[in-house]
Design a protein around this ligand. Structure first.
Ligand code: GLY
Length: 253
C-alpha cells in the first residue's frame, strides 16, 4: 500500500507566509475540516496515511512536502528557504527514519524547498526559486546522479514553487497554466490548462487525480482525457500559496 505523510495544521497556520497574493484571513476551523477531508480522500483511494509529528511553532508546517522529498528508498531532508520553516525538518527527518528510508540532508548554505521538485519518470525537475538556491539544485544533482535520476533545473519566477506552476499526469505530460510557466519547452510533453489551480494534481493512481475544487474546467478537461477526478476544497491553504501537492509526501515503493 502506498504511504502518504501528512502534517496536521496547528493554530499558528493563521500566520502562514503569503507571497504571491493579497493576504486574506484564514478560517482555522475550516482549514482543519478541509485538511481532514484531504486526508480522507487519500485514505479512500487506498493510501496509508501517516502523520508526521506536529511542528506547531512553524505556521507553514502543514505543507509537509517542503520538508522532505522521497526518491525510491531515499529521503532528502530539505533546508527550507524561509527562516520560519527551518525547524520543520526535524520531525520530517524522524518520520523518514521511521519509514525505514535512508536519509540525506541538503547542507548549508544551500536552501531547498520540496515544493520545487517535480518527478517525471527518472527525471527530476527542480525549480530555481526564491526558496531553492543554485547550490541546492547542485546538491540534489550530486545526491541523485549515482542513483539513476537526472536533475533538470528550471526557472520559476511568478509563483512560489515549481509545483505551484506545474505537475504531471500519469503518462508524464506536464500540466500548467501558461501565466505561471516560465518555459513550457523545458518539458518534452506539455499541456496548458485553463485555470491556475488546475495545474496541481496528486496522482492517486494511474487513473485518478486528486485536485482542487477551484479548477472545474480543468477537471472536465482531465475527465475528457479519460482520468477520474477527486476534488477537494482547500481554499484556506490556497490563501497561503498552498496546493494539493504540498499537503502530503507520497511514498510509492
Ligand atoms: N505558505 C507557504 C510558504 O510560503 O512556504
Amino acid at each position: 500500500m502506498p504511504i502518504a505523510l501528512v502534517r496536521r495544521p496547528g493554530p499558528s497556520l493563521v500566520d502562514g507566509i503569503v507571497t504571491h497574493q493579497e493576504p486574506q484571513p484564514i478560517d482555522l476551523v475550516l482549514a482543519l475540516a478541509q485538511w481532514e477531508a484531504y486526508v480522507g480522500a487519500l485514505r479512500s483511494a487506498g493510501w496509508d496515511v501517516t502523520e508526521v509529528e506536529p511542528a506547531d511553532d512553524c505556521p507553514d508546517a502543514v505543507f509537509v512536502e517542503d520538508a522532505l522529498v522521497v526518491f525510491d528508498d531515499l529521503a532528502v531532508i530539505t533546508r527550507p528557504g524561509a527562516p520560519s520553516r527551518a525547524a520543520e525538518v526535524e520531525g520530517a527527518e524522524r518520520a523518514a527514519i521511521t519509514q525505514g528510508l535512508e536519509v540525506v540532508r541538503i547542507e548549508p548554505p544551500a536552501t531547498f524547498d520540496g515544493g520545487d521538485v517535480l518527478k517525471v519518470g527518472r527525471t527530476v525537475y527542480v525549480g530555481r526559486t526564491a526558496r531553492t538556491s543554485d547550490d541546492g539544485v547542485e546538491q540534489l544533482r550530486a545526491i541523485l546522479a549515482p542513483r539513476g535520476w537526472e536533475v533538470v533545473g528550471v526557472p520559476v519566477t511568478s509563483v512560489l514553487h515549481l509545483k505551484s506552476a506545474v505537475t504531471a499526469l500519469p503518462d508524464g505530460t506536464v500540466v500548467g497554466h501558461l501565466d505561471h510557466v516560465d518555459d513550457a519547452s523545458a518539458y518534452p510533453r506539455f499541456l496548458a490548462v485553463p485555470e491556475p489551480a488546475g495545474a496541481h494534481v496528486v496522482l492517486l493512481d494511474d487513473h485518478r487525480l486528486l485536485m482542487s475544487t477551484g479548477a472545474p474546467a480543468t477537471a472536465e478537461m482531465y475527465r475528457s482525457l479519460g482520468y477520474r477526478t477527486v476534488e477537494v476544497d482547500i481554499s484556506e491553504f490556497e490563501k497561503l500559496d498552498g496546493c494539493v501537492t504540498c499537503l502530503s509526501v507520497r511514498i510509492r515503493r
